[in-house]
Design a protein around this ligand. Sequence first.
Ligand code: GRG
Length: 309
Amino acid sequence: MSPENTFNSRLNAVAADTETLLDQILGAAPLEGERSRPKRLLEAIRYSSLGGGKRFRPFLVVESAALFGVARSQALMAGAALECVHCYSLVHDDLPAMDNDDLRRGRPTAHKAFDDATAILAGDSLLTYAFDLLSRAETHPSADVRIKLVMALARASGLGGMVGGQILDLAAEGRFADLPRPHTLAEVETLQAMKTGALIRFGCVAGAILGEASAERHQALERYGAAVGQAFQIADDLLDIEGDTATVGKATGKDAAAGKATIVGVLGIAQSKERLKALVAEASSALSVFGDKAEVLKMAARFVAERQT
Ligand code: GRG
């Protein structure tokens, strides 16, 4: 099989398994400690999390956990938790008060398909559900491992992670008089490492946590995740400039119009493409400690850099 086919089939397998798992855990029956699952909210949650997306973050969890021989069912639970946080972030990012987008994953955004209030609540529920999933024994038999996952995901998602990065992103648009607009390369790198990078890094670190990895292997996956996160964001920014809406599944050309701070905006297209190549090399070299076992993750770094959707 060509490297491209190997990567795509592994990604598609995780996507299918993640879909099945999310479908199953987002059922109508209330769980112990829940009273009822209101129909409209559940529909909005299912609309926002099922039937779309590449499931790249769960793929990172499953493939990094596989390096340590972790059971796939456990990695899929942690991957589903991460995907819940990701889907919540997309729903909230699309709201009128944030990016005000009508199209996501080739379909109307959640607030268009439902309404703003329902979309806010669907996002809130997806965020809390992520931690529900991580705390379950199916995710890992050791409570210590589960607590480490909870803490790592909380830190990647919140104030000092994705949400913090989101407010820096809004600041870059000039929305707040009391928050300076990030514009230097270092400032934009920090913004993006938080907004997009933190969840991708968590995906890789989650494998190490589930596998109770040595410090050396944990750090190797952290380094890999940081490089892939940056490559993912630069590829996303290039798609916003060079991609078309039909292929990408969302509006393009919005970054420059909104005055967003991007690495491509600071470095230009040619230099950004050079940086992408360097990041792929950095991601591969970070994995050298794993030898041949990490081939799929190395391919993933290449395909992230070259992706068209
Ligand atoms: C609103 C709390 C809050 C956070 C928003 C992640 C994020 C922060 C906003 C998403 C907007 C955006 C376009 C970010 C750039 C990179 C990115 C996360 C793209 C979407 O991820 P993909 O390509 O999407 O993995 P799919 O649909 O495949 O899951």
